[in-house]
Design a protein around this ligand. Sequence first.
Ligand code: PXG
Length: 294
Amino acid sequence: MDRLVYVDGTLYPKDEAKVSVFDHGFLYGDGVFEGIRAYAGRVFRLEEHLRRLYDSAKAIMLQIPLDMDAMRRVVVETCARNGIEDGYIRLVVSRGRGDLGLDPRKCATATVVCIADTIALYPAELYTTGMRVMTVPTRRSGVENLNPRIKSLNYLNNILAKIEANSAGYAEVLMLNDDGLVVECTGDNIFIVKGRRVLTPPPWVGILEGITRAAVMQVARQAGLDVAEEVLTRMDVWTADECFLTGTAAEAIPVVECDGRAIGTGRPGPVTADLIERFRRLCRSEGVPIRPDR
Ligand code: PXG
């Protein structure tokens, strides 16, 4: 089935869905986006994704031409028209078309794009064998520069780290902030497990506040674990009992090695396995229905 892509109020066949080369999203990376998942015919945590999109837009003083109710209908309708059951949604709001010159006032109206597609999952064995990660030289941008809480179209900071990952042969890498504190990976948040404690860095060190992160914190609390946001150094990761990453694309995935040090037993731990299972159940038990009969 040829995909239909929403662009500014119209659904176009995939190959006809286009944005101007004068769009400041293209010229300057000026815009915001969300990556959202649908499971079993329902959009997971859509309200949280919309909230984050509008907060990111507010931070860059981008006026979204639709209100949140209209945007919710755009997402659901784009999924419905594409027959999505399990899929991936990319919602993009760029500054829109304007003259050359980076002043955002050159753009009269923001461009809104919604793509609903299927997603290629990571190889299943990574979830049972676990991933290796390393820390990279590229530091995550500080909160006073480009605050990582803004999910912007400017992903070069993460892409530079991804290039270092590719050169070193890693699927994902760990980024530190300018103070050398652990923040997050290129497209995932990080957690460590120490005894019954489940720890993840706080937003102020410079992370994207992941929707998956929040969901995993919720299921971890339900499991009776002691969940906290704490400042972490590499030493904490090296000496953790267990470690895992969370993100819309990766869901929750075990990490078994960091910077050449085996984490815990060097195999995915029992707390991680339980949390992955609980998270998967949660994804299939809630969400905004794509079709009204669901
Ligand atoms: N940190 C960063 C820097 C991210 O980009 C996350 C954490 C996890 O956040 P969520 O809300 O997804 O739990 C992200 C999310 C992609 C892709 O295409 C990347 C993300 C999400 C979806 C797709 O690589 N990053």
